[in-house]
Design a protein around this ligand. Structure first.
Ligand SMILES: [Zn+2]
Length: 595
């Protein structure tokens, strides 16, 4: 379900567009409007206007314009629902959960409750760190090179050593034991039917979402004997390791400014980089990068710099992590720490300027990988070195565009001193052997620019995106129809095709489409068609157009095969093809109608 027009209007009405935009752009009153320097293009005299009466903004320099929601989407790089939620929160409007059906209201209440509980626990841990009890923890934090300001800024905390410090405090504050278990803060021992604190005698790092609300915790042990060194909250309604990143909320602005994000593996690495002014740093939460992570980071930047440990485990993590990032269309570079150190250790001994230099010369992922393989196979027989090259192939076959395959091949070739196009030849051979679809089927740069005729032009992509976005209408009630009516093949963009298949099979809830950045523009376009019936009509029209486009291509292909067969004198084959062609034509002339 999408948010209703009524609730969207309520949020717009309740929001003061001048103060929201004013947070990002200094505005001066000019008549009944306000004027400022445009945040979307660089200019010296202001041509960016905000009109409170029309509740809109417009830049006469670059032509950007819209309402308060589109402004927030653009400037904060948020999806429509996220921007709406952010504004609703500011004005105190409670939004229904977008996917909520009858039973989900209970879940919504639970989420709110868990946020409250996390807030309480975060404060509790933080106060313990600052109290007499937290002295040893404070000393440890200081010994790792951090200051009191760091502790305050990142709300670092301390979980006392007992078994029930947090449990007792939160019970006193009115939270139930079951709620604390759901939040992952206390553990239920079923045998003894007892409850105890999950985090004990640990330094605590609260993990926040984009709205600065605590969703979970990480804890570093302060004693060498007990338990694992690092402990995270379990997966909860709020805490998803595959979706969240430590310090993203604090790093967003710097990521945008610096043009890249540094991804590290540990809490201390992330804190150390922030402490030394590398505020464009986030950390994964004990899992590999996921495609969700990729999509989230893509909102803020085009480039990710991995900085994992130089050991084998760190290398393996880079190898695992880059694929979802590539698929999200991000460039990946790898920051290689000298002397096998992690960033935290390195910064303790070297000035920040040296780290900056390291980041600047961090090699492209493929160059880094090729260098690692080169080292591994040095002096090895030729066959072994060739085998090493084969390691790249499956990865290259997954890449989102032909141009990126070529760039990657060039990087590998230059690092390994191969002849120009050797690598590309290997990849092309493998493609033929495996019968794999060429990556060119996805969005290639040529297609986006529309130089390739008829298929996969920007218009075609927009059609596919609009169709997917429209599928979220009516809680996804149109999905069974779409599943019957349309073959996934009508989608030329592989991403979209996959999404369509996943939504049809129920593997992906239809509401998740709201979070796909490539569909944002479509949701906005749809939003503009207030009338529900118009949206439905649009959905059916698009289905028909997609189907037609696909049939048209198949017909063209058939025609060329037919003429090939004729030229080769295979008349029987040509006849078969001609018959197939008639069937297709018949299909083509029929409209796709909803049942
Ligand atoms: Zn502008």
């Amino acid at each position: 379900m999408k948010y209703s027009d009524e609730i969207i209007q309520r949020v717009k009405d309740a929001t003061d567009i001048v103060s929201v935009i004013g947070e990002h752009v200094p505005l001066k009153k000019a008549g009944s409007s306000y004027k400022g320097l445009c945040p979307f293009h660089s200019e010296k005299s202001p041509s960016f206007m905000v009109s409170p009466s029309r509740n809109s903004f417009h830049c006469f320099g670059c032509g950007k314009g819209g309402n308060v929601i589109t402004f927030v989407m653009e400037v904060e790089k948020l999806t429509f629902p996220e921007a709406l939620r952010l504004l609703a929160e500011k004005s105190g409007i409670v939004l229904p959960h977008p996917e909520s059906r009858e039973g989900d209201q209970e879940q919504e209440r639970q989420r709110d409750r868990l946020f409250e509980l996390n807030e309480f626990a975060g404060k509790f841990f933080h106060e313990r760190l600052l109290s007499a009890e937290g002295q040893a923890a404070r000393e440890y934090f200081k010994a790792r090179g951090f200051t009191k300001e760091d502790a305050l800024k990142f709300q670092v905390g301390f979980a006392p050593a007992g078994w029930d410090a947090l449990k007792n405090a939160s019970q006193k504050a009115g939270f139930k034991q079951e709620e604390m278990v759901l939040a992952g803060l206390i553990v239920h021992n079923e045998e003894k039917n007892s409850f105890y604190d999950k985090f004990r005698n640990r330094l605590i790092f609260p993990v926040k979402n984009n709205y600065d609300k605590i969703i979970g915790f990480g804890g570093r042990t302060l004693s060498d004997e007990s338990g694992p060194k690092y402990l995270n909250s379990p997966e909860t309604l709020l805490f998803k390791k595959g979706e969240n990143l430590y310090l993203l909320e604090a790093a967003r602005e710097a990521v945008r400014q610096k043009g890249f994000v540094v991804v590290v593996e540990g809490y201390f690495d992330a804190l150390a980089l922030h402490h030394h002014g590398f505020e464009n740093t986030v950390a994964t939460l004990g899992t590999a990068m996921t495609s969700q992570h990729g999509r989230i980071l893509k909102r803020y930047t085009q480039e990710v710099v991995f900085s994992y440990d130089a050991d084998a485990a760190g290398q393996a993590a880079v190898l695992r992590g880059f694929e979802p990032l590539f698929q999200a269309g991000l460039n990946v570079r790898v920051l290689v720490m000298p002397e096998g150190k992690d960033p935290d250790e390195y910064l303790q001994k070297h000035p920040a300027g040296e780290m900056t230099a390291l980041m600047e010369k961090a090699p492209d992922f493929f160059r880094w990988w090729a260098a690692a393989l080169k080292k591994k196979t040095q002096g090895a027989p030729v066959e072994e070195r060739l085998r090493a090259l084969q390691e790249f192939v499956p990865v290259l076959l997954q890449m989102p565009s032909e141009t990126s395959v070529q760039a990657a091949c060039a990087a590998i070739e230059s690092e390994l001193g191969l002849d120009n196009r050797d690598m590309l030849t290997i990849v092309n051979t493998e493609r033929k052997k495996g019968g794999k679809r060429l990556p060119a089927q996805g969005i290639t740069e040529e297609k986006v620019q529309g130089t390739k005729k008829d298929t996969g032009t920007a218009d075609g992509l927009q059609m596919e995106a609009d169709f997917l976005a429209l599928l979220t209408e009516e809680n996804g009630d149109f999905i069974p129809w779409a599943k019957d009516e349309l073959m996934p093949e009508v989608f030329e963009n592989e991403n979209f095709r996959r999404l369509f298949e996943q939504v049809c099979s129920g593997e992906t809830p239809v509401g998740d489409l709201n979070r796909v950045p490539e569909l944002e523009a479509s949701f906005l376009r749809i939003e503009a068609r207030i009338e529900k019936r118009m949206r439905e009509a649009m959905l059916f029209d698009l289905a028909a157009a997609l189907e037609k486009r696909c049939l048209k291509q198949r017909m063209a292909e058939l025609k060329s095969r037919q003429s090939d067969a004729e030229k080769a004198g295979e008349m029987e084959r040509a006849l078969e093809l001609a018959q197939e062609m008639i069937m297709l034509k018949r299909q083509y002339s029929q409209e796709v109608e909803p049942k």
